[in-house]
Unconditional design. Structure first.
Ligand code: BJW
Ligand code: ZN
Length: 254
């Protein structure tokens, strides 16, 4: 079992408000590819051909088909020990929020109650013309892009593509949580995509203790108070054990 630095444990022991800012790396151990790095999606496919609105209008069937493929992988995956440790930790703090860039819904499936999704959710779709939502799983089948029953418009996944605005409510709630938290964990993110990457910077500016958990150092590392290098699915269960030790077996809200 990994041991943790004393200053980190002391801060965590006193912490009331905690935020987990997560990226694709936290779901890697569930079998979902990351975007960057040697095995990353963008190493094999071009984001400019798949992850923006113009690409969708130019070739909707291709983009839809790619998302169907991703949905299939996500549907067949499950939360890993990192998602589960975060969900279990929520009962030991006054508040614990998850701010995720991931679209895979694995935090909610793990049981996390407060989840802000900055880049959307692959389980949802909507009509690009009249915005009608289409969220039933049966709907999202077949390789060809479906059309809206009401207006005939193209239906797209509810995912934030490059050049698009982030969901206002989720982003502003994430900013508030970042400003208020005592400890912010940045887990499995390269922290290069903005404005999401502002969230850990904001927490740091407002005085939070910033912990980074990643396989390698990132642009965030020089700003972090503590960098833990390794797999999220191995490190986070260890942190949960420490939390249980000093917060007692009986959870705060339980
Ligand atoms: C592990 C691990 C394990 C692995 N354990 N760790 C120039 C400068 C600055 C900004 C811009 C610019 N040009 C354009 C922009 C803006 C742009 C942007 O930031 N681009 C940068 C990339 C340069 N941002 C936007 O366009 C955003 N919108 C916006 O700005 O709106 C305002 C605006 C409006 C109008 C015009 C212009 C601006 C929207 C961004 C949307 C991002 N969407 C994506 C794709 C969604 C499609 C899909 O899912 O299909 O979201 S991009 C992709 O990156 C995805 C992710 O959420 C996001 C972040 O990636 P993440 O999660 O960090 O993953 P990776 O792969 O990068 O990193 C994984 C990490 O895990 C690695 O570090 C590993 O080491 C680690 N790891 N296994 C622990 N087991
Ligand atoms: Zn419509």
């Amino acid at each position: 079992m990994k041991t943790f630095r004393r200053d980190f444990l002391e801060v965590l022991k006193e912490a009331e408000n905690v935020v987990f800012f997560t990226g694709a790396g936290i779901s890697a151990e569930s079998g979902i590819s990351t975007f960057r790095g040697t095995d990353g999606i963008w190493n094999k496919l071009k984001p400019e051909e798949l992850a923006n609105f113009d690409a969708f209008l130019k070739n909707p069937d291709r983009v839809w088909d790619w998302y169907q493929y991703r949905r299939h992988i996500i549907d067949n995956s499950k939360p890993n020990p990192a998602h589960l440790a975060i969900a279990e930790m929520q009962d030991y703090f006054k508040s614990l929020s998850v701010v995720t860039q991931n679209v895979d819904n694995l935090h909610r499936r793990a049981g996390s109650r407060t989840v802000y999704e900055l880049h959307g959710n692959i389980e949802r779709n909507y009509c690009i013309e009249c915005k009608t939502p289409y969220n039933s799983p049966e709907f999202a089948s077949g390789g060809k892009v479906p059309r809206c029953e009401k207006c005939g418009g193209l239906i797209r996944p509810d995912i934030v593509w490059f050049g698009e605005m982030l969901p206002e409510e989720d982003f502003s709630m994430s900013e508030k949580a970042a400003e208020k938290c005592d400890v912010m964990f940045a887990v499995g993110t390269s922290a290069v995509v903005y404005p999401a990457a502002r969230i850990p910077l904001l927490a740091r500016r407002f005085g939070a203790y910033l912990v980074e958990i990643n396989l390698e150092e990132t642009e965030l590392s020089p700003l972090a108070n503590y960098v833990l290098l390794g797999k999220a699915g191995e490190i986070l269960p260890g942190i949960l054990e420490e939390v249980k030790k000093f917060k007692g077996e009986k959870p705060e809200n339980g």
